[in-house]
Design a protein around this ligand. Structure first.
Ligand SMILES: Nc1ncnc2c1ncn2[C@@H]1O[C@H](COP(=O)(O)OP(=O)(O)OP(=O)(O)O)[C@@H](O)[C@H]1O
Length: 206
């Protein structure tokens, strides 16, 4: 049973620069000033871009630059700051990485992956689930962007699987609640729920 925590974002005052004055609506290229309309439009645009990247991924070295390129592609229609690291500290019950540590913290994960040849040699499904759970749990805690972290990091993970060649990951096999619980648990270095989520979502290719 999940604790009753408010998972909406909280920001410091300097978040104002991301939003239209007096609102919590993110400034956007579509000039939408209604939060529900923006939510829907942003989902539609990013879904189309997400599908395009699934067909033709952005090649990269799984560095923060690579993740930024993915985010930029996904949100290019909606936000000027697509692909740009956030400049405001954020929390959702969980306090995410402080702005000044984002690059260094991501580099730790990048080096971890590099040492493991970007998981290219993993052939065991359980081992792959364990490694991906760690990577996603940690990247989620970094939360490099003001919005759109979930979508960008899921694509990044899909591309890690693609790079391995033996596995595919289909996140639609897990619910949003399962992802949320797994993410919250991972924030205190408990990766069990995230591993279980990957065991549900990882498919072995023929
Ligand atoms: N309290 C929390 N602790 C840790 N992770 C959280 C928390 N609340 C949400 N998350 C995770 O943050 C991610 C969503 O981040 P964000 O809202 O920036 O991305 P999004 O792409 O806009 O959303 P979504 O993942 O719903 O498509 C999800 O993976 C979610 O599980």
């Amino acid at each position: 049973m999940m604790k009753d925590i408010d998972y909406s974002y909280e920001y410091k005052d300097d978040d104002n620069k991301y939003c239209y004055p007096g609102t919590n609506v993110l400034k956007n290229k579509l000039s939408i000033k209604d939060s529900e309309m923006l939510y829907n439009a942003e989902r539609e645009f990013s879904m189309a871009r997400y599908a395009a990247l699934q067909v033709k991924p952005i090649n990269g070295d799984f560095s923060l630059k690579h993740l930024r390129e993915i985010h930029k592609y996904l949100f290019q229609d909606v936000y000027d700051w697509a692909g740009v690291l956030r400049t405001v500290d954020i929390s959702k019950g969980t306090i995410f990485c402080l702005v000044q540590h984002i690059e260094a913290q991501f580099e730790i994960i990048h080096q971890w992956l590099k040492k493991r040849n970007y998981l290219k040699d993993v052939s065991d499904r359980v081992e792959m689930a364990k490694d991906l759970a760690y990577v996603l749990g940690e990247i989620n805690m970094i939360h490099p962007f003001r919005e759109g972290n979930g979508r960008a990091q899921r694509l990044y993970i899909e591309q890690l699987c693609e790079n391995n060649g033996r596995f595919e990951v289909n996140f639609s096999f897990a619910t949003q609640e399962e992802m949320l619980k797994a993410s919250v648990d991972a924030s205190v270095c408990n990766y069990e729920a995230m591993e279980a989520l990957f065991l549900k979502c990882l498919i072995e290719r023929n």
